[in-house]
Design a protein around this ligand. Structure first.
Ligand code: NAP
Length: 282
């Protein structure tokens, strides 16, 4: 099998490693805007060789794993090159923009829109690792628009690397993901900013930071190059989540001002329910 991964960072690199581990007679070729990343991916044995766009005509599978703004120009170009039997899987964190862009593309049936709900705050090929996707959910959008044989091919790969599948339409995906992923990142970035601005002496932050602070600001280490385009593409949903979040923060502040600590206690106790909801998620 001839697999090409465009964007050999955390997600693309982890897919490359899992595919190499599960499919013995497979060549994984890497394409990336950053030649140092390609060299690193070769050195780490994430890919077998570097490639360029002209070679995509020989691909069986292409995984495109680059920032969501770049996907909008790269994916149509790749679809134009690949053969009628090839499958292009996109793994971007937003789904509405890419699905509507490709709605009438002549090779729409060669495209599968997915969002693996797996990742870390790190990026680039050194962040890639085997089994990143094991036990994680992969959201697939508009599956009926992908050729049946290619759906089967993709599902076999996802099953082999241990993913669970959820089907969703792109609008619902972008709305829900704004709450559980995009808002968490903004809140982490802004928590980090608030503390850094107040505690100019970074040594104090480091000395006093407990695991609570470290885990809450973990996402603030994430790549702005990846996240700014996500917020741009999901602007309306993200603004809606921010309005609800800000209103909860305002309410908390007002309860503090009013010395209403029994209501603050209730707010926290009601939110403890998150323990049951997230039970089992690492
Ligand atoms: P990453 O680690 O930064 O990897 C992206 C790679 O693509 C980098 O090597 C980057 O090079 C390269 N690149 C950027 N623009 C390119 C272009 N136009 N053509 C070719 N290569 C290009 O990012 P990632 O975290 O793997 O994210 C990749 C995709 O997965 C994104 O669409 C993201 O939304 C999605 N995703 C991410 C997560 C997560 O938790 N990180 C989870 C699920 C899905 P430079 O660094 O030099 O720009």
């Amino acid at each position: 099998m001839n697999v090409f991964v465009i964007g050999i960072g955390l997600i693309g690199g982890s897919f490359a490693l899992d595919i190499k581990a599960n499919y013995k007679n497979t060549t994984v070729s890497g394409i990336d805007a950053d030649d140092e990343h390609l060299e690193k991916a070769l050195e780490l044995n994430i890919i077998d060789k570097k490639a360029d766009f002209n070679e995509l005509k020989n691909a069986d599978i292409v995984i495109v794993s680059i920032p969501v703004d770049a996907q909008l120009t790269v994916i149509p170009k790749v679809l134009d090159i690949i053969s009628d039997a090839a499958l292009l899987i996109d793994v971007g964190s937003t789904k509405e923009a890419i699905c509507s862009l490709l709605e009438n593309h002549p090779k729409r049936r060669n495209f599968l829109a997915t969002h693996p709900i797996a990742g870390t705050e790190f990026s680039g090929p050194t962040a890639a690792h085997v089994a990143l996707f094991k036990g994680k959910t992969n959201i697939i959008c508009e599956v009926e628009k992908t050729a049946f044989k290619l759906q089967e091919k993709a599902l076999e790969i996802f099953q082999k690397i241990g993913m669970r599948i959820r089907y969703m339409n792109p609008t619902a995906h972008d709305k829900h993901i704004a709450y559980v992923s995009h808002l968490s990142h903004i809140s982490s970035f802004m928590l980090g900013k608030t503390v850094i601005e107040k505690e100019k002496n970074e040594r104090d932050i480091f000395d006093m930071a407990g695991s609570g602070f470290a885990s809450t600001v973990r996402l603030a280490k994430s790549s702005p190059a990846m996240w700014a385009p996500i917020f741009k593409q999901n602007k309306a949903n993200v603004i809606e989540t921010l309005e609800e979040y800000i209103s909860n923060l305002e309410r908390f502040k007002n309860l503090m001002k009013q010395d209403d600590f029994s209501e603050i206690y209730n707010e926290m106790e009601n939110t403890n329910h998150i323990k049951q909801i997230l039970n089992g998620i690492k």
